[in-house]
Design a protein around this ligand. Structure first.
Ligand SMILES: *Cc1c(COP(=O)(O)O)cnc(C)c1O
Length: 426
């Protein structure tokens, strides 16, 4: 099986004349169709909102597309809150799901009316000290501990995760928050990442719905929303079958009607904070083969490196690679596809069967639309690449320029050395 890029070789050649590789390219059509499908899948729930996890793809031009489909933003830091505010997201359209949170970020989140989702019991006191009060709308992140499994297959290990309140802390926390003036409550939980099964949200939802019934009965708190957070995955490998968001939405609806509705809780809003599912498949990293090396293995060196896409280096993640124009060529070679960092893990693929690659070939690295550009860094003095939007009508637009040496050295601009850097000579 194979994966097909959302852009043709001819179009890429045209774009490369304007913007040299490497760059990330995003597919407006794909983003829109998927956002519409998400909206429809949960349309049975009156208060439903997807809060796009900004950290996955923090580009305002892309987030603006999601905004048209009613999405809000889920922020994890000061700058993500600032971006949301600048883009015109208002109050309850902004979720602040952060952890180990600096107090000044609580203050700013509150100032712009974002819903604060507390990661820890001790943050109740920190929040109250910072603001001088507890906001009327408040959410807490729950961690059930143990392992999270679906029909005997273990998905993840919440007991090892640094996030969230224990169950006891959650009950105690709700009581304290209520006593301190909170009126509208939410719970949040994120138990497994990149789940490629339609059962993840429904299984998580059932646990949370049952918990909410208990919480309501024991604390009397008015629970307004349940946040299923992120974790809905995408098929990075060509032999994987993707999630069907309509099946997922129906699965959540079924448990909602089984557990919440009979308890008179049929008004509770469902929230999601998907990142990967909203953007991952609709972005690709485009790079050019610039060197081949024949030593103990066959290597192809490209002009992108792990600073453009860190997932393979960081956790051995698979990203499919298409050699443009050689889609139907036999997979006659076995290559390591490498970047230029002085780190041996800077490889986009290891022992990958690919067509014979010639210098100058364009490689499309799939599924780089989420947690791709965003994880970028500047090790080895490498610069971050440009981001380009391929529009529905086939035209394209630069939506973030590539970094320049001036950007890289910008934090020295208050020192004399900055003026000695030969910007015009490189
Ligand atoms: C990372 C993150 C998300 C998004 O996760 P995906 O796996 O990209 O869907 C959502 N919520 C929180 C709190 C996160 O940390």
């Amino acid at each position: 099986m194979s994966k097909t890029p959302f852009v043709t070789k001819e179009k890429l050649e045209e774009i490369i004349k304007d913007y040299p590789t490497p760059f990330h390219i995003y597919d407006e059509k794909g983003i829109r169709e998927n956002a519409q499908a998400v909206k429809e899948a949960f349309s049975w729930n009156k208060g439903f909102r997807e809060y796009f996890a900004v950290k996955a793809t923090p580009n305002p031009f892309l987030i603006k597309i999601l905004q048209e489909y009613g999405c809000g933003t889920d922020c994890s830091s000061m700058t993500e809150l600032m971006l949301s505010e600048a883009m015109g997201f208002k109050g309850e359209e902004i979720m602040f799901s952060s952890n180990d949170t600096p107090p000044e970020e609580f203050a700013y989140a509150n100032k712009i009316g974002a819903t604060i989702n507390l990661d820890d019991f001790t943050h109740i006191e920190c929040l109250e000290e910072t603001l001088g009060f507890i906001p009327e709308t408040i959410s807490c992140r729950y961690n059930p501990g143990g392992v999270f499994s679906i029909s005997n297959s273990i998905m993840d290990n919440p007991g090892d995760a640094k996030y969230g309140f224990t169950k006891e802390q959650l009950f105690e926390g709700f009581k304290i928050l209520k006593a301190k003036g909170a009126k509208r409550f939410g719970i949040h939980s994120f138990l497994a990442s990149n789940t490629v099964t339609n059962d993840y949200y429904p299984t998580l939802a059932k646990q949370l719905f049952e918990l909410v019934v208990e919480l309501k009965n024991e604390t009397g708190c008015d629970i307004k929303f349940i946040n299923l957070s992120g974790g809905v995955g995408i098929p990075y490998r060509p032999d994987q079958e993707g999630n069907d968001i309509r099946v997922i939405g129906e699965g959540v609806r079924k448990v909602y009607e089984e557990v919440l509705v009979p308890e008179g809780l049929g008004d509770i809003a469902i929230y999601t904070e998907m990142g990967r599912f909203m953007m991952g498949p609709y972005g690709g990293l485009v790079t050019t083969a610039i060197h081949e090396k024949h030593t103990y293995k066959e290597y192809i060196g490209v002009d992108a490196c792990a600073v453009n896409l860190m997932r393979p280096a960081m956790y051995g993640a698979y990203h499919h690679i298409t050699v443009m124009g050689k889609e139907n060529a036999p997979l006659e070679m076995t290559y390591d596809v490498t970047g230029s960092l002085c780190e041996n893990n800077d490889k986009f693929a290891i022992d990958r069967e690919l067509p014979k690659i010639d210098m100058g070939d364009i490689l499309f690295i799939h599924d780089a639309g989420a947690h791709g550009f965003a994880m970028g860094y500047n090790y080895n003095g490498k610069l971050k690449s440009a981001e380009i939007l391929l529009k529905e009508d086939g035209s394209y637009e630069l939506i973030r320029r590539a970094e320049t040496p001036k950007d890289y050295f910008a934090t020295f601009d208050c020192f004399d050395i900055f003026n000695k850097i030969p910007f015009d000579k490189a």
